[in-house]
Design a protein around this ligand. Structure first.
Ligand SMILES: [Zn+2]
Length: 250
């Protein structure tokens, strides 16, 4: 059994016994590691506090055979995100990030750029002047892109025709099942379609393409629509509604 080292974000923790805790960690280069760590019997050890939810830590662990938990032997805090605990919408958004990463990334399947995006999101959330909704939307769009589910926005997601988008104007629609926008001709056949405003269509494109677009001032109506469209799409892809989704602001 070889010892491995990794930079890891704590996505979930469960007390296993009085002296040990199970942590689901998402690592740079290895994706999810589920590990069992022993902790101090009486005092809360450094190891223990490094395994707090949403802490970035450096870990050393022994990889176990498939199906069993990896053994965590060391954990040290690298970074905490203290602003999250002072801002409830930001905290819910951060829990949502952890939920999506925990449930949606395969064990040992690395996504380095998604790891960076997750950390940037956690650093930005709760900062004065940062709107939670657009920042979270940017994270969701990067996640979808990494997993191969980027919404189709430049042409009809069903027939592939580029005409009518965005010229379709008021009749533009989005379908989670189709995986993107729909031209006027294809809309009647997609039962789950919902109207998509031109402003929301533009916001989805901008947030997907640029790592800075979330800093712009997006109006409340667009933010609310983005939240609904992305929430519906993520729910469809996951096959269930994320637990934190109802708590998210826009
Ligand atoms: Zn079409």
């Amino acid at each position: 059994m070889a010892t491995e080292k990794a930079l890891a974000l704590v996505l979930r923790t469960t007390d296993w016994s009085e002296t040990s805790r199970i942590a689901t960690l998402w690592t740079l280069g290895l994706a999810n590691v589920r590990g069992l760590g022993k902790r101090g019997r009486r005092l809360r050890s450094n190891f223990d506090s490094a395994l707090d939810l949403l802490t970035l830590c450096s870990i050393v662990f022994l990889r176990k055979s498939s199906g069993s938990l990896d053994q965590l032997t060391e954990a040290q805090v690298v970074q905490r995100f203290p602003r999250l605990s002072t801002d409830l919408p930001a905290l819910y958004a951060a829990y949502y990030v952890a939920e999506l990463l925990s449930d949606w990334t395969e064990d040992y399947d690395p996504h380095p750029s998604l790891f960076d995006e997750a950390l940037e999101t956690l650093r930005a959330l709760g900062t004065a002047g940062v709107a939670t909704g657009p920042r979270l939307a940017r994270f969701e769009l990067v996640l979808l892109q990494e997993l191969g589910y980027s919404p189709v926005l430049e042409a009809c997601a069903v027939c592939g025709k580029p005409d009518g988008i965005p010229g379709a104007g008021p009749s533009l629609a989005f379908s989670a099942a189709a995986g993107g926008v729909l031209c006027a001709a294809c809309q009647p056949r997609q039962r789950d379609r919902r109207p998509l405003s031109l402003a929301a269509w533009q916001a989805l494109r901008a947030l997907g393409e640029s790592g800075e677009a979330w800093r712009r001032e997006w109006g409340p109506a667009v933010r609310a629509e983005l939240r609904q469209v992305l929430g519906q799409y993520v729910t469809y892809l996951l096959g269930r509604r994320p637990r934190l989704l109802p708590y998210l602001g826009s």
